[in-house]
Ligand binder design. Structure first.
Ligand SMILES: Nc1ncnc2c1ncn2[C@@H]1O[C@H](COP(=O)(O)OP(=O)(O)OP(=O)(O)O)[C@@H](O)[C@H]1O
Length: 265
C-alpha cells in the first residue's frame, strides 16, 4: 500500500511549536486567542489556569480533534494539521477526560487499540505489537487486569488503561487532559514520575500547582483564552501570577525541595 509521504522535519525547530493559534466554535467569537509557545523535545509542559481558561481547547487543537481558525501547530517544524491523519496518529497520542464506557473489551484489547495506527491494511497484531501492549500494561500496573472487562474497572483503573493505550501507540508527543483526575495520591505520583521518565514530549493539563511545580519542566498559564505566563515553574509560580490567574491570594513555602502552596480568598 502506498503511504502519503510526510514532509521532512525542519532542523533546529522546537519539537512542538504553537504559533498565533486561535479557535472558536462555528459562527461564534474566538475562545482561544493568538496563542504562541514552544516546547523542546522530551520536555514536560503543564498547562494551568482557572476553569474555562481554554486548556482543553488548546489540547484538542494539539491532538487535532479541532482545526485552528488561525495559526499553526508545528511538530518538528511541520504543520500537524497538514499531515495525513494516520501519520498524526502515529506521532501524537491523547488521553482525554471522556472515557469510553460502552466497550465490552478487555483491558488488553483496549490497550491493543493503541497499535492500530502502526498496522498496515488488514494485517493482524504481530508478536511485536503484543510485546508493546504487555509492556504498557506493566508500566501502568495493569497486568493483573489484562483479561478483565474495561467497563468493570474503577474510574482510576480506567484512566490508567487509557494512558497505557496511549503509550502502546508509541507516540513522540503525548497529550493528556487532567490525567491525575480519578487517581489516588500514589497513582498520581507514579503517573507523573512515569511521564517524566518516558523520554517523550508531554503536554498535560494539571489543576494541582504543587504537582505542576514538581514534575513539569515548563508551565503555561492560560486565563480567558489567552497566555498569561510561560516559563519554568520557579519563574511562573509567584503569588502575583497566581493572584492574576486564579483571583486568589497565595502563600508559597519554598523551605523544602518542592514549593508548597496555600490559598486564600
Ligand atoms: N465546542 C465548544 N462550543 C462552545 N463553547 C466551547 C466549546 N468548547 C469549549 N467552549 C467554551 O470555551 C471555554 C474554554 O473551555 P475549555 O474546556 O477549553 O476550558 P478549560 O480551561 O479546559 O476548563 P476546565 O478547567 O473547567 O476543564 C469555556 O467557556 C467553554 O464553555
Amino acid at each position: 500500500m502506498q503511504r502519503a509521504l510526510a514532509p521532512d522535519p525542519v532542523p533546529d525547530a522546537p519539537h512542538l511549536g504553537v504559533h498565533d493559534l486561535s479557535w472558536g466554535p462555528k459562527g461564534a467569537p474566538d475562545i482561544l486567542h493568538d496563542l504562541s509557545f514552544a516546547l523542546q523535545r522530551d520536555q514536560v509542559l503543564a498547562v494551568c489556569g482557572p476553569n474555562g481558561a481554554g486548556k482543553s481547547t488548546l489540547l484538542r487543537l494539539i491532538y487535532r480533534y479541532l482545526t485552528p481558525r488561525l495559526g499553526q501547530v508545528l511538530l518538528s517544524g511541520v504543520d500537524l494539521h497538514a499531515l495525513p491523519r494516520r501519520e498524526t496518529a502515529r506521532r501524537v497520542a491523547a488521553v482525554v477526560q471522556e472515557q469510553p464506557t460502552d466497550f465490552a473489551l478487555t483491558v488488553r484489547e483496549m490497550v491493543s487499540l493503541g497499535r492500530l495506527p502502526h498496522r498496515d491494511g488488514l494485517s493482524g497484531a504481530s508478536a511485536h505489537d503484543a510485546e508493546i501492549v504487555a509492556a504498557a500494561l506493566r508500566q501502568l500496573d495493569l497486568t493483573r487486569f489484562a483479561e478483565t472487562r474495561f467497563d468493570r474497572l474503577s474510574g482510576g483503573e480506567r484512566q490508567r488503561v487509557m494512558i497505557a493505550r496511549a503509550l502502546a501507540q508509541e507516540p513522540e508527543l503525548l497529550v493528556l487532559d487532567e490525567p491525575t483526575n480519578h487517581l489516588d495520591i500514589r497513582h498520581q505520583l507514579e503517573l507523573l514520575a512515569l511521564l517524566r521518565q518516558l523520554g517523550l514530549t508531554v503536554v498535560l493539563t494539571l489543576h494541582d500547582l504543587t504537582l505542576a511545580a514538581e514534575f513539569a519542566d515548563r508551565l503555561l498559564v492560560l486565563a480567558g483564552g489567552r497566555k498569561l505566563a510561560e516559563g519554568s515553574p520557579a519563574e511562573i509560580l509567584t503569588p502575583e501570577t497566581i493572584a492574576h490567574a486564579f483571583n486568589v491570594s497565595a502563600r508559597i513555602d519554598r523551605s523544602g525541595g518542592t514549593p508548597r502552596f496555600s490559598f486564600h480568598l
